[in-house]
Design a protein around this ligand. Structure first.
Ligand code: NIG
Ligand code: FE
Length: 386
C-alpha cells in the first residue's frame, strides 16, 4: 500500500515551513519528501496547508459525570476550589465515574476520541484519576487501554485527589503499596502523574508516588504550579519527569530547574479560559529556553478536544508565535510523551500521521476561529475524512 500527497502549498514538518512539496508514504511510514513518486493512491492537496497530526499530550478523557452545572458558578466568580467545596469539582466526577461500568466509560471515551480525531488529533494521552480506589483506577486504565479508536492512545495513571474518608499520607501509602503495583503488573500505564497542589498532594507525597512509579518502570509527569507554587516543578526537575504541566504560577527558579533538567513545559490554556484566570507566562518560559508543549487538558471542568482552539488561545492569549504553537502541538508534545522517534513530525522513517487543512496558510488556524479546518486525517498512512 502506498500513497502520495502531492501539490502541498505549505507544509509544517514539525520544525519549519516548506513550500510546494509532496509526501510519499509506504506501509504507513513516510518514505520520501518533495519527490513526486508513483503511487497506488494519490491525494491532490490543492495547495492546502499540511502538517503532522496533533498530539494531545494531556487529557482526562476517562470519566463519566459532566459538570456543565458549574458554569453559573464560574461566571459568578467562584474559584476552582470554591466550586469543589460546593459539590462540584473532581469529587463530583469521581462519584459518577465510580457508578459507571467499564463499558460505559469506554463508550464515552470513544465518542470523545472520535471527535478529537476528526479535529486532527492522531495521538491522545489519557489519564485515569476519577476512580481514586484501586478497583476504579484499574477500571479506568483498562478502559483506556481497551478502547477501539483511530488515534493512538497513551495511558497515564494519575493520583488526582485524596478521598474524603482517608488522610493524604495514608492515601499516598495506599497508592504506593496497592494501586501502583497492580497498574505495573497489568502493564496499564506508560506514565504516572500527580496533582501536586495545596489541598491535593504535597511535594513529599508526590515524590513518594512518582519515585515508586519510576521503580515500576513508569515515567513521571506532574500537574505543577497550577494554583500555587509549592515546589512541584522543582520536583519535576529532580525526578527528570518528562513534563511539568499547567505552570500558571511558576517562579523563575522553577523555570531554570525545568530548563536544566530538560523537562518539557506543557501549557493548557483552555483551563484558565474556563476558570477566568490569567494565562501562564509562555513568553518568559520560551525566552528561558524551555520546550513548550500545548494540550487540551480535556476534562469535565474544561471540556474541549479541539487542538485548533488551543492554538488560537496560545497565539492570541499567550502571544506565542504561530510556528511555536505548531511545535507545541506536534514535536514538543511528542517529546513530552517520549514518542518523538516515531511521530510528531513529517520526517523520513516516521509514522505517516498527517493532517490536511482547508487553509491556505498556517496562520489560518488561529485566524479562522470556531470551525474545524481539518479536512483529512492520515493515521499510519490510512486516509480518513469525516
Ligand atoms: O488538569 N488540575 C487537576 N486536574 C484537572 C482538572 C480535573 C477536574 O476539575 O475534574 C486539570 O485541570
Ligand atoms: Fe490535567
Amino acid at each position: 500500500m502506498d500513497l502520495l500527497i502531492k501539490n502541498i502549498g505549505i507544509m509544517f514538518d514539525g520544525y519549519n515551513f516548506i513550500k510546494n512539496t509532496s509526501i510519499y508514504i509506504e506501509n504507513g511510514t513516510i518514505r520520501s519528501i518533495g519527490k513526486n513518486e508513483r503511487a497506488e493512491e494519490i491525494i491532490d492537496a490543492e495547495k492546502k496547508f499540511v502538517m503532522p497530526g496533533f498530539i494531545d499530550s494531556h487529557t482526562h478523557i476517562a470519566f463519566a459525570g459532566y459538570r456543565d452545572f458549574e458554569i453559573d458558578w464560574k461566571i459568578n466568580g467562584l474559584s476552582y476550589k470554591e466550586i469543589a467545596g460546593k459539590g462540584g469539582g473532581i469529587k463530583y466526577t469521581v462519584n459518577e465515574t465510580k457508578k459507571a461500568s467499564k463499558e460505559r466509560i469506554k463508550k464515552e471515551m470513544m465518542k470523545r476520541a472520535k471527535e478529537m480525531f476528526f479535529h486532527g488529533t492522531t495521538t491522545i494521552e489519557a489519564k485515569s484519576g476519577y476512580g481514586l480506589d484501586k478497583k476504579n483506577e484499574i477500571k479506568l486504565l483498562e478502559a483506556i487501554n481497551e478502547i477501539d479508536c483511530k488515534a493512538s492512545i497513551i495511558p497515564t495513571f494519575l493520583a488526582h485527589a485524596v478521598p474524603p474518608e482517608i488522610n493524604a499520607d495514608e492515601y499516598t501509602d495506599y497508592v504506593v503499596n496497592d494501586i501502583l503495583p497492580a497498574v505495573a503488573e497489568k502493564k496499564l500505564a506508560k506514565f504516572a502523574d500527580v496533582f501536586c497542589e495545596k489541598g491535593y498532594f504535597n511535594v513529599s507525597q508526590s515524590k513518594k508516588i512518582l519515585k515508586a512509579a519510576q521503580q515500576h518502570g513508569m515515567e513521571a509527569k506532574i500537574h505543577a504550579d497550577e494554583f500555587s507554587c509549592i515546589g512541584c516543578s522543582k520536583l519535576a526537575a529532580e525526578l527528570k519527569a518528562k513534563s511539568a504541566d499547567h505552570l500558571l504560577m511558576i517562579d523563575d527558579d522553577s523555570i531554570n530547574a525545568l530548563k536544566n533538567a530538560g523537562v518539557v513545559a506543557t501549557l493548557l490554556p483552555a483551563t484558565p479560559f474556563v476558570l477566568n484566570e490569567d494565562y501562564p507566562n509562555a513568553k518568559k518560559m520560551m525566552n528561558a529556553g524551555l520546550k513548550i508543549a500545548l494540550a487540551t487538558d480535556m476534562n469535565p471542568n474544561c471540556y474541549v478536544g479541539n487542538m485548533q482552539f488551543i492554538i488560537q488561545l496560545a497565539v492570541y492569549k499567550m502571544k506565542i508565535p504561530v510556528i511555536d504553537a505548531l511545535k507545541g502541538v506536534t514535536i514538543n508534545a511528542a517529546k513530552s510523551l517520549g514518542i518523538d522517534a516515531i511521530t510528531g513530525s513529517i520526517e523520513i522513517g516516521k509514522n505517516a500521521d498527517i493532517i490536511i487543512l482547508n487553509a491556505p496558510s498556517p496562520n489560518f488556524i488561529p485566524y479562522h476561529i470556531g470551525s474545524n479546518l481539518v479536512e483529512k486525517v492520515i493515521k499510519n498512512g490510512i486516509v480518513y475524512s469525516e
